[in-house]
Design a protein around this ligand. Structure first.
Ligand code: AMP
Ligand code: GLY
Length: 455
């Protein structure tokens, strides 16, 4: 086993002189980055904004993109992340030398492996994202829970069960107290977690999970202890050898004010998170990040990309609620505002195992992101309403998500339509700016929470 060398973001190397000059030199030889960003949400809009501002990026394509990403690059609406042939075709046609994968599905489906297997056809192509083995940390709850247990990473006590083990599952529920947490083993776009308030609801959820109502039929189900505490999201960029931590964030998952109503993909986010202090980050590094990266290496998994830690703080200590193999949405819309350094260089360093030479500089200002959704989301909703946007301002950016351009008009095309991300001297100030802009954005059925950033 090779030795895992961790370079922490706050412990800079003394040899700064060899850092980006050499990367720049290499870049001059090979040319600037021609990036293909895969995805179509607000997360990708925020990444596209930051990538397009990079001094080492020559060209940016977004596949398929949305009505707003064309402000930062060229949309390729016919290229789909899960159709690898279509991605390869775009790589050839546009002479792409870096693919950045936004959402989890293509990663779990093995887009990185697919291109690696065809390395001779794409000798100069870099891909930012983990391979399928690494993406299992998100793709399979049973795998990620077993991984955490194996490497002694703090997480809720759990067991996983196959459909034929219904009785054992019931016995395990007997050992826990309400509320009960049940998770489908497959990717379920945020719908795979059920928190059952009482035992009757837990039994019903268990049967539904095994029947494939939530996820795939015949899947395993993870049952775990309920952790009570405060949640936050931390993001690690790793090149497989070194890592750096991005600004942390907290998202607001429920649709309604004061965390009421059904879960959504996220209705807003803030960064920084008030309870995340240096001592907490240190615990996350030593108890979670480093054992995770060491564990991946011991398992023979070379993980290159972003690792998203969904954490619960319980009495000052961090526990992993979940791993994701990508950045968060809408957290990224707040996090990108707080990254002061060149994001293209981060991607380049990540792809070329030079993360130890990258200086992660954070903006001192706070950021808040407010999601504007279609009426009815996260249930069914009507699309196609015209959207009117205010003039751009320096302190607030509108990142589009579920939007589309049709006959010269911008129209709604999804549940989470767009988000407003603002800077402020404090989270509350940033939040205030988001609400001012949100009022100026007009479309039928506009719905948003009123308490984002009012921590
Ligand atoms: P996930 O889809 O895994 O992010 O879970 C969705 C939400 O369910 C999380 O953000 C938590 O709020 C909640 N959750 C998941 N697992 C647990 C747990 N073990 N204890 C308490 N809450 C949980
Ligand atoms: N906002 C949570 C996620 O991206 O999974």
């Amino acid at each position: 086993m090779s030795i895992l060398y961790f370079k922490k973001s706050d412990e800079r190397a003394d040899d700064k002189t060899v850092n980006f000059d050499s990367v720049m030199e290499e870049k001059r030889e090979k040319g600037l980055l021609r990036v293909l960003l895969i995805g179509s949400g607000g997360r990708e809009a925020a990444m596209a904004w930051k990538i397009s501002a990079s001094r080492i990026v020559e060209k940016l394509y977004i596949a398929p993109g949305n009505g707003g990403t064309e402000n930062y690059g060229i949309n390729l609406p016919r290229v789909k992340g899960s159709d690898f042939e279509s991605v390869a075709e775009a790589v050839r046609q546009y002479n792409i030398n870096m693919i950045v994968v936004g959402p989890e599905a293509p990663l779990v489906e093995g887009i990185v492996d697919w291109f690696e297997e065809r390395r001779e056809q794409f000798p100069d192509l870099e891909i930012v994202g983990p391979n399928a083995a690494g993406a299992r940390l998100e793709g399979s709850k049973a795998f990620s829970k077993a991984f955490m247990k194996r490497y002694d990473i703090p997480t809720a006590r759990y067991r996983s069960f196959k459909p034929e083990e219904l009785e054992l599952a019931e016995h395990f529920l007997d050992t826990l107290q309400a509320p009960y947490v049940l998770k489908a083993d497959a990717l379920a776009a945020g719908k795979g977690v059920i928190i059952a308030e009482d035992r009757t609801l837990a039994d019903k959820a268990l049967q539904e999970l095994f029947a494939g109502v939530w996820g795939e039929k015949g899947q395993q189900v993870v049952i775990e202890e309920f952790l009570s505490g405060r949640e936050c999201s931390m993001f690690v960029a790793t090149d497989g050898v070194h890592y750096t931590i991005l600004p942390e964030a907290m998202d607001y998952k429920r649709i309604g004010d004061n965390n009421t109503g059904p879960n959504t993909g996220g209705m807003g986010a803030i960064s920084p998170v008030p309870f995340v202090d240096e001592a907490f980050v240190e615990k996350v590094k030593t108890r979670i990040i480093e054992p995770t990266l060491r564990g991946l290496q011991e398992d023979g998994i070379c993980y290159k990309g972003f690792l998203f830690l969904g954490l619960m703080e319980v009495k000052g200590n961090p526990y992993v609620i979940e791993y994701n193999c990508r950045m968060g949405d809408p957290e990224t819309q707040a996090v990108m505002l707080r990254i002061k350094s060149d994001f293209g260089r981060l991607l380049k360093a990540l792809a070329t195992e030079q993360l130890d030479k990258y200086d992660m500089e954070t903006d001192e200002r706070a950021a808040c992101c407010l999601v504007l959704a279609s009426k009815g989301y996260p249930g069914s909703y009507v699309k196609g309403f015209e959207i009117l946007l205010p003039e751009p301002s320096l302190d607030s950016i509108i990142f589009q998500a579920g939007t589309r351009r049709t006959d010269g008009k911008l129209v709604t095309d999804g549940g989470r339509v767009l988000s407003v991300a603002s800077y402020g001297s404090t989270v509350a100030a940033a939040s205030g700016r988001c609400y001012t802009v949100a009022e100026q954005i007009l479309f039928d059925g506009k719905n948003y929470r009123h308490d984002i950033g009012k921590v």
